[in-house]
Design a protein around this ligand. Structure first.
Ligand code: NAI
Ligand code: 15L
Length: 273
């Protein structure tokens, strides 16, 4: 949790989907500091509501349930959905139908700002020696990355037609520590995740903006200059883990597609497990 809040702005009611997941559990106490009421949602079990929290189980593919979930919120942090390469059916339900249901509900209930947890896997088939920015063409590395590219397009359409603003955050690898050599370039600390989400919620004008979500790592392949208006300033870096990670993985096989590409192992993960 940040010692100094990332913004002085205060929200009436925020909705956090995917609240039972890894990032949802991490953001739950952090987001609570910025709002009067935090509404939490997932299909998986969540810890009981504390003061100032509302716990609302919800299946994202259920349009009526999502419509009720979104009523009365000021802004949405949308983390819910399938977060790895999976067969098409669950991805269709959670990440395709789910994201449309969410934006339709946002339109009906006049929610003005969404932070969408997109993924680096929208760009997974770029090589690690290429630099990409928000205007680079998507090259998804599987059904999962494809579904996140679709989510970004939904966000763009709801901005163009309905004026709902979104920051699509192409999150790199947000875990306690980078797990391998690739993650030295893609790592996003939890404190920087909080900084990024709060910057995305509080920037005055975002339209539909795309930003890459990493810490201030020495190595990387993301150029965020087109997202300067969001005001995200990472303050952590994977560099303090570099020596240990390199010692554990000193040799890389350059004939391996997972080593060459930005998406790492996702570029060869099969949809059928
Ligand atoms: P996670 O898998 O731990 O959490 C996702 C949550 O969504 C789970 O609690 C799950 O129960 C819920 N969910 C899945 N299907 C659902 C459905 N049909 N209806 C309602 N809820 C459903 O993932 P994590 O790591 O917390 O990531 C959060 C978000 O950030 C995901 O959208 C993921 O794609 C994205 N992301 C995360 C990255 C990371 O490094 N952790 C990297 C890139 C993107
Ligand atoms: C993702 O999109 C996944 O949700 C997460 O589990 C990580 O694997 C991450 O990307 C990554 O690329 O490291």
């Amino acid at each position: 949790m940040l010692e100094t809040p990332a913004t002085a702005l205060r929200f009436s009611r925020l909705l956090l989907t995917g609240a039972a997941g890894g990032l949802g559990r991490e953001l739950r106490p952090r987001l609570k500091r910025y709002c009067d009421t935090l509404r939490l949602s997932d299909i998986a079990d969540m810890a009981p509501a504390k003061a100032g929290e509302e716990v609302r189980p919800c299946e994202l593919k259920d349009a009526d349930a999502v419509m009720a979930l979104v009523e009365g919120v000021q802004a949405i942090v949308h983390l819910g959905g399938v977060s790895t390469e999976q067969p098409w059916a669950p991805i269709l339900a959670a990440n395709i139908m789910g994201v449309v249901n969410l934006y339709e509900a946002a339109r009906i209930h006049q929610v003005k700002r969404v932070v969408f947890a997109s993924s680096n896997h929208v760009m997974g088939f770029y090589r690690q020696d290429e630099v990409v920015d928000a205007r680079s063409l998507p090259r998804p590395d599987g059904f999962y990355g494809l579904s996140k590219a679709f989510g970004e397009d939904v966000a763009q359409m709801y901005w163009d037609r309905w004026g709902i603003e979104t920051v699509s955050v192409r999150i790199g690898s947000s875990f306690p520590e980078p797990k391998d050599r690739r993650m030295l370039s893609t790592w996003l600390s939890y404190d920087d995740l909080e900084r990024l989400v709060m910057a995305a919620l509080s920037a005055p004008v975002v339209g539909h903006s795309i930003i890459y979500g990493t810490s201030d790592n020495s190595s990387g392949w993301y150029d965020n200059r087109l997202a300067r208006h969001i005001g995200y300033r990472p303050q952590d870096s994977s560099d303090r883990f570099r020596a240990a990670v390199e010692a554990a993985q000193p040799v890389l096989d350059l004939s391996d597609a997972a080593v060459l590409h930005q998406g790492g192992g996702f570029v060869k993960a099969t949809p059928h497990g």
